[in-house]
Ligand binder design. Structure first.
Ligand SMILES: Nc1ncnc2c1ncn2[C@@H]1O[C@H](COP(=O)(O)OP(=O)(O)OP(=O)(O)O)[C@@H](O)[C@H]1O
Ligand SMILES: [Mg+2]
Length: 413
């Protein structure tokens, strides 16, 4: 390839991308794959000319993405994908992997299937009423029968963002539960550290297996937690693998669904650091949803859920969920759950002081002993609340809403 200046290189990249799209549109996947490879090569030349900067990092993500697309297209080419090598690909060995390796990757993917959602219902989530309804509506749209000749689009890719412990994972689980979806639980950083250098391939396998699981009309949900970990602009090898994984995810969620056929593989991302996500990522997620700190009413609901779900008796003459909620501003659902656990543990300690002695007296004595409980009172919480500092600072809490506003105004990442 002849050497070109940055502007000429960008034009060449655009040309290759247009070429790839045109070829893909007429089903020439192998040729499209070649165009993506050329786009990647031009992009790498461009990167070599740039100083370390956000723009350079963004181009690196794109280069990895184009390569991944080239690979994905080759594997969709309808030929013996494991033996086909893209032309001019100096990383061609990457494409040739054995059946045993492919099987090993599939086995790893099966380990990501998580049955937690079967235990999470909408009722276990306090507050967030309007959002729950919105989620039900859009996922309902994605699943319902569509009248002939009409195109209706539900959400396939959404991103939850917000402070830690506010219910992002719970919501993803409730969606999966209600849709009877197969739930693939992916922690971005774990995959990268476990599958050094293989994460791109692992992601393609993940989406392939997820599609297989949709055969009987049930959707698959791929939940990618800590999404920001893939976008961090740190240097080093880890960063390269993160970029490969990110590129693989973006190319999978970006338009490889067959035209006219609904894609029942849905991706839900989650992050506490939305400002680390770049434009390439954000543009792929149709909805970015802030799961904020619970409001007073929601906190009351969360107290009720956590005490009632364990069957702990409550003295309603003294204890009011509304009052507890007023005294716990800025606490997350996770902190409220922890508080309920602590207060319950203190009550159990107070009611059952003889347990250590009974354990000393032998197995039979402790097995015959029945745990005593008493109803919790407002005062039990007062002591636990004293001096409690919320995990989320006021500044942090505002940061999320400000970021959301900046992005929707077009000023953000
Ligand atoms: N709205 C809620 N209603 C009831 N419980 C909640 C709520 N939000 C959080 N919790 C409690 O906190 C725990 C953690 O919630 P979850 O895992 O959904 O948080 P998250 O937003 O995914 O946090 P992270 O960002 O750290 O992953 C839950 O298992 C639950 O006990
Ligand atoms: Mg979570």
């Amino acid at each position: 390839m002849s050497s070109q200046g940055p502007d000429a290189l960008q034009r060449s990249i655009d040309r290759m991308l247009t070429e790839a799209n045109t070829r893909m549109a007429v089903g020439k996947n192998e040729e499209a794959s070649r165009s993506y490879h050329k786009a990647a090569q031009f992009t790498e030349q461009l990167i070599d000319m740039l100083e370390e900067s956000d723009a350079r990092r963004a181009w690196s993500v794109r280069a990895a993405e184009y390569k991944q697309r080239a690979r994905t297209l080759i594997s969709k080419g309808g030929m013996d994908s494991k033996r086909v090598k893209p032309v001019e690909d100096h990383e061609a060995d990457d494409v040739a992997f054995s059946d045993e390796e492919a099987d090993a990757l599939e086995q790893q993917i099966l380990l990501l299937i998580d049955d937690t959602p079967s235990r999470v219902d909408w009722e276990a989530i306090g507050g967030l009423g309007a959002l729950k309804n919105e989620l039900k509506f859009h996922y309902g749209l994605a699943m319902a029968k569509v009248p002939d000749g009409i195109e209706v689009e539900g959400w396939n890719n959404i991103m939850f963002y917000g402070p830690p412990g506010t219910g992002k994972t719970l919501l993803a689980c409730a969606v999966a539960n209600k849709l009877s979806a197969t739930f693939f639980n992916v922690k971005a950083s774990q995959i990268v550290s476990k599958w050094v250098g293989e994460s791109g391939r692992l992601i393609s396998t993940l989406y392939r297996v997820a599609r297989k699981f949709t055969r009987d009309g049930r959707p698959s949900i791929i939940f990618i937690d800590e999404f920001d970990a893939l976008c961090k602009s740190r240097g080093g090898e880890g960063q390269l693998y993160h970029q490969q994984m990110l590129a693989a995810i973006l190319s999978e969620i970006d338009g490889f669904a067959q035209k006219g056929k609904r894609d029942l593989v849905m991706t839900i991302g989650a992050t506490n650091r939305p400002w680390d996500l770049d434009a390439a990522v954000l543009s792929r997620f149709e909805r970015r949803i802030l799961i904020d700190l619970p409001c007073t009413e929601a906190r009351a609901d969360i107290f009720r859920i956590h005490l009632e779900s364990k069957g702990i008796p409550v003295d309603h003459r003294s204890l009011s969920y509304a009052r507890l909620a007023e005294e716990t501003e800025r606490l997350t659902g996770r902190e409220i759950a922890r508080l309920c656990k602590e207060v319950t543990a203190d009550m159990l300690g107070e009611m059952n002081p003889d347990i250590p002695a009974l354990v000393d007296a032998g197995l039979k004595r402790i097995q015959d002993y029945e745990i005593k409980v008493r109803a919790l009172k407002q005062g039990d919480f007062s002591a636990a609340l004293e001096g409690l500092v919320p995990d989320t600072s006021e500044a942090d809490a505002h940061h999320y809403a400000d970021w959301g506003k900046a992005v929707s105004d077009g000023k953000g990442a």
